[in-house]
Design a protein around this ligand. Structure first.
Ligand code: EPU
Length: 343
């Protein structure tokens, strides 16, 4: 197993921030992970798990050993009466995996098309878009405990999924697994009784234009790709980490209080009685669209996305993020919570 030294990370993070890893190792199998943990030099050494780098802000060179997860493989594992069980290695590109399932004639992941990143990172974030979250299709995952080298399998309940949240984002014991569990494989259950999920306004509009006939999964996939391409910057062209903040959830009373002052606040009632606020709307209302700090900016077409106009540092991105948090807090009394992990 080759440990690369002093490696540039610019191509390994979708924000395109310039930083270096003091040491990086590419892991292509579960046994690579286990072999690494037997090397005395690395036992107990701080480690950082890196997938597609689509959800991190690098604020300097990384001293921890970077574990670049490149475990390949995708297969239809089982054809059960209710669902197809599909499995992918954690290093597979998420969007390519979604496209592959559709090529196999298996619908269910089309709403999650074009989300940057790897299969292994999908459960960490519980990725979601256009009315579907990973947890809606999740069966289980395999992981290796970086402290003990033991392999284990977790079902959905033990992953503790929430909105852009899971046990893999929390370090506190006994349940938190951040930095400790290296996900190697993910298995999803794609239900055989498929119906298009068109609840999200942008998709609903396209379905209306399309007419009465129910769209196919491939059609929904194409629409999702079109919507995302129109709204969100392609990280290969303009560095970004997707939505930079989560959409905050408040009580109906808090929402009514804000609406009394800002009647145009965009909000959605959730099934549990709480209300989700559109963070993008609040950021835009505070005048941030298109603004910059150094080379870090707020995307012109989607205020929830922070972009790197070329040569931005992680510090500039975080200064901009904090300034946005302050002004949204001062105007709405809401503290926006960043989505990406700051390294
Ligand atoms: N809006 C504005 N200004 C803007 C953009 C949006 O006022 O610049 C308002 C509009 O009223 C719009 C509403 O905010 O209807 C919601 O915007 P959008 O549909 O673009 O979705 P979002 O809430 O900003 C979330 C996810 C995205 C996901 C989309 C579609 C989060 C944090 N973000 O964004 O996920 O693709 O919905 O489901 O939940 C990601 O997590 O990286 C991500 C891109």
């Amino acid at each position: 197993m080759l440990v690369e030294k002093n490696l540039p990370l610019q191509a390994c993070n979708t924000l395109g921030i310039v930083a270096r890893a003091h040491a990086l190792v590419r892991l292509r199998s579960e046994s690579d992970v286990q072999a690494l943990l037997t090397v005395p030099q690395w036992r107990g050494h701080p480690m950082m798990i890196l997938g597609g780098g689509s959800n991190i802000v690098l604020t300097g060179d990384v001293r921890a050993l970077v574990l670049k997860v490149e475990i390949p493989g995708r297969r239809v594992l089982q054809d059960s009466p209710r669902a197809w069980i599909v499995e992918a290695g954690a290093g597979e590109n998420w969007h390519d995996f979604v496209a592959w399932t559709l090529q196999q004639g298996l619908p269910g992941l089309e709403n999650l098309a074009l989300i940057p990143g790897t299969v292994g990172a999908a459960p960490v974030q519980n990725i979601g878009a256009y009315g579907v979250e990973l947890q809606d299709r999740f069966l289980e995952l395999d992981a290796v405990d970086l402290e003990t080298g033991q392999s284990f399998t977790l079902d959905a309940a033990r992953c503790g999924f929430g909105y852009r949240d899971s046990v893999f984002k929390h370090a506190s014991r006994p349940l938190g697994l951040a930095g400790r569990a290296l996900i190697t494989r993910v298995r999803l259950a794609l239900p055989k009784r498929w119906r298009p999920e068109l609840g999200y306004a942008d998709l609903e509009r396209r379905a209306l234009v399309h007419g009465d006939a129910e769209p196919t999964a491939q059609q929904v996939f194409d629409w999702v790709c079109e919507i995302r391409r129109a709204k969100l910057p392609d990280p290969r062209i303009l560095g970004n980490a997707g939505s930079f903040f989560k959409n905050p959830t408040v009580t109906p009373e808090q929402c009514a209080d804000i609406i009394a002052r800002d009647p145009r606040l965009v909000h959605y009632r959730l099934a549990d009685g709480t209300v989700k606020l559109a963070a993008a709307w609040m950021i835009e209302a505070c005048g941030w669209k298109g603004k910059m700090v150094g080379q870090a900016g707020v995307f012109e077409r989607q205020a929830l996305v922070l972009v790197n106009h070329g040569g931005a540092t992680g510090g500039e991105v975080m200064t901009l993020a904090r300034a946005i948090q302050t002004s949204v807090y001062e105007r709405f009394g809401i503290l926006l919570e960043p989505e990406p992990v700051v390294v």
